[in-house]
Unconditional design. Sequence first.
Length: 321
Amino acid sequence: MDSGPPLGLLLSGSSPPAQALEALVRKAALSPAPAVVVGEGGSGKSAVAAALHRLGPRAGGPFVATSLAALAPTLIEAELFGHEEGAFTGAGRARLGRFRQAHGGTLVLEDLDHLPLELQGKLLRVLQEGEVEPLGAERPVKIDVRVVATSSRDLRASVAAGALRSDLYWRIAVLEIVLPPLRARCEDIVPLASALLARAGSRRAWSNEAQERLVAHPWPGNVRELENAVQRVLALGGDERGPIEARELGFLAEEVAGRAEELAQRALALGITVDALETALIDVALREQRGNVAAAARQVGLSRRAFEYRVARRKSGDELR
C-alpha cells in the first residue's frame, strides 16, 4: 500500500493503536462509502475526517465541514440542504446548502448526535438517493458527495436511547473509525510533545522528570490538551537553552502536588512516612484487585501509567515519587 502523505502530526505515532488507526484511515480513504468517526473530545476526529478526504480520490474536490452542534436547530435544514429565494420568511436569496457546496468532494457532519430527529429522515433520503431537495424547490437536485460524520458520543447508545434513528445509523456507519484516547497511546506522548516543540520552532527538550510527568498524566483532553500544554510551556517557560523541567508543566505539577499533600496528611495521621503509606496503598490495591493493574490504579486514584511507574520504581529499589 502506498504510504502517501502523513495523517497529521497529532495522529502520528509508533504505538500499536496509532499504527492500527493509520492503516484503517488509509484504507477507508479509498472507499466512497459514508463513514463515522467517533472519539473523545480532542482525540483528533476533525483531523481524521480531513485525512479521509485528502488521502482519497476526492482530494481534488471541495472539502466542506459543518458543526451541527453550533447551529440553531431551526437553521440546520436550510444550512444543509439549501433553499430557494422566498422559501421562508427572511430567505431573500437562494442558498446552495452544504451538500451542494460539497458536490464532487466530501461533506463532514460534525456532532451528528445533534441532528434533530425530524431531519434525520431527510438525511437518510440524501444518503439513499444521492439527491437533495432544497426548501421551496420543485424537484430534487442530484449530488455526488461522500459524507463523513463525527461524534464524541457512542452513536449506538444514541440509537438505543431513541435520539438517533437506527436506519440512519446503519446507512451512515458503513465505515466506523473509533479513535483511541491519548492515554491508550502512552508511547506516543513524549514524541508528540517533542514534535510539537519542534513545530513551534523550539530547540528545547524534555527533562527525564518532565517526560515521566507527561506519560503519567491521564490527558482527559487528549491531543488537544497536549498541544495546549506545550504552548503553555513555550509561553511561560524558563531558560530557552535548557531542558524543560517538570515544574514548567504547571497543571501537572499542581496535580502531583495535590496528590502529595493528600498523602502527607494521611501519613501524618498514621505516624508513618509518605513513601511507606503509598507503598502500602499500592500493595493493598493490587491484593484486593487480584493483580488487576487498571482496577488497582483506580482504587488509589492514579492513572494506570503513573501506577505502573510507581510499582516499577519500588521494585527497582528507588525512592517512590
